[in-house]
Design a protein around this ligand. Structure first.
Ligand code: PLP
Length: 433
């Protein structure tokens, strides 16, 4: 029995999927203590967009530590925070004509979401929030109340209140229409029983929910609906922001401007904890200290976050490269889906967030394990874990991308074939599309 089995809580999870003891990392690679190399298409669930131990960010961090820079400062003014805010203003907000006040909540994505929900309720004086089917917003109680997964909701231990799920695009109830027609009908009907919500919170691409990509026209319809009904629109860009789908913010493609935006994961640049709640200036009605937390000023994360903005967001090179790599993945996954006759596999995604949806969580789980045996980390997500999620670092090379996709293809083909043979029936099932 290892110390992990003996002492670490049963709640541990990723280590069960990938039972190696990791020791070092660089770029797109993780190395176990036994020396085995793994290609990382998980990238810290989106916290490592610039790769492991990115040398540019590491240099800035080492210099900062060597110079005895401030490490912990709550929300006191520091040079590191000033430089981060200046870079964020000059390189991200102004070029996109976005005007947001920046709130540093606690360091995780759920902290950014909690702050957004509290503020929306405070501003509007309303209590209800609209979320979407298959949404994921984190594990704290407010974030859980707007999260879809019954498994995670069940862990709350108290009723999860003041939130109503609507069908996410393009699920059946959304009627395939722009806007969100079911939601619109409820809002327009004074007898629908739906109280006017404070806010709508949406992911433009649902990450944990199964890489479900909302159409730009659906998002625009939703934004219009919120505006017409005086409801605040919150985009949770915790996983899909910081360039994951191509542009810095995932909502840029749809041409919408949310009232509040949640960012975390890769905003600290180096895998260091940081979260932001971006607030339309007139909504910033917080009283000083009304929402606080000890770890809101992790200065090393300001330093690496600033270095990342300067290194990768001065122009659109990273965005274009991400879109090109995404296209490369899409082409390969489409070919892979077609190369496994008899098994329904549906590829989908945007930028460097892609998914391969299987018919069952069991099959996807086996493919993920087979990929791990071959030296590739890919996690499962979506309903019953039925979707393999590909989230490589944005700086992955084309060679690494091809290498990882080849490992995934090999794992998929091996599992689907053996699954078909087990049922003594090839092909396993009939393709639906
Ligand atoms: N929001 C989204 C869209 C996420 O994907 C996640 C985490 O995966 C969260 C919020 C919660 O972030 P954290 O785990 O840092 O609290």
């Amino acid at each position: 029995m290892t110390i992990f089995d003996e002492r670490e809580s049963e709640v541990r999870s990723y280590c069960r999927t990938w039972p190696a003891v990791f020791e070092r990392a660089g770029g797109s690679w993780l190395y176990a203590e036994n020396g085995r190399a793994y290609l990382d298409f998980f990238a810290g669930a989106g916290a490592l967009n610039y790769g492991h131990n990115n040398p540019v960010l590491k240099g800035a961090l080492i210099d900062y530590l060597a110079g005895d820079g401030i490490i912990h400062s709550l929300d006191m003014y520091t040079v590191a925070k000033r430089e981060f805010l200046t870079a964020f203003d000059e390189l991200i907000l102004r070029p996109r004509r976005l005007d947001y006040k920046v709130q540093f909540p606690g360091p995780g994505g759920a902290n950014a979401v909690e702050a957004a929900l509290k503020l929306a309720r405070k501003v509007t004086g309303r209590t209800e929030v609209i979320s979407f089917t298959n949404a994921f917003h984190g594990m704290t109680l407010g974030a859980l109340s707007i999260t879809g997964s019954a498994f995670h909701r069940g862990g709350a231990g108290v009723p999860l209140a003041h939130a109503t799920p609507m069908p996410f695009d393009p699920s059946p109830g959304s009627d395939g229409a722009p806007g969100s027609s079911w939601f619109e009908r409820l809002l327009d009907d004074s007898s629908s029983g739906l109280d006017k919500p404070a806010a709508v919170i949406v992911e433009t691409v649902q990450g944990e929910g199964g890489i479900n990509v909302a159409r730009a026209e659906w998002l625009r319809g939703l934004a219009g609906l919120c505006q017409r009904h005086d409801i605040l629109l919150i985009v949770d860009d915790v996983q899909m922001g910081c360039g994951r789908t191509g542009p810095f913010f995932s909502f840029e493609t749809a041409g919408i401007t949310p009232d509040i935006v949640c960012l975390s994961k890769s905003i600290g640049g180096y895998g260091l904890p940081m979260a932001l709640t971006l607030i339309r200036p007139d909504l910033d009605i917080w009283q000083p200290g009304e929402h606080n937390g000890t770890f809101r000023g992790v200065n090393p994360a300001f330093v690496t976050g600033t270095a990342a903005l300067h290194a990768y967001w001065r122009d659109d090179k990273l965005e274009r490269a991400t879109l090109a790599k995404g296209q490369r993945i899409a082409t390969t996954l489409t070919a892979l889906a077609e190369s496994v006759p008899g098994t329904v596999i549906r590829p989908r995604g945007r930028g460097l967030a892609h998914g391969l949806a299987f018919e069952s969580g069991e099959l996807a789980g086996k493919v993920s394990s087979a990929a791990f045996e071959r030296g590739l980390l890919v996690e499962t997500c979506g309903p019953q874990g039925s979707v393999i999620k590909l989230l490589p670092p944005l700086l992955v090379t084309d060679t690494e991308l091809d290498q990882g996709l080849a490992l995934l293809a090999d794992a998929t083909q091996a599992i689907c074939l053996s699954s078909a043979l087990k049922q003594k029936e090839v092909p396993l099932c009939t393709r639906r599309d």
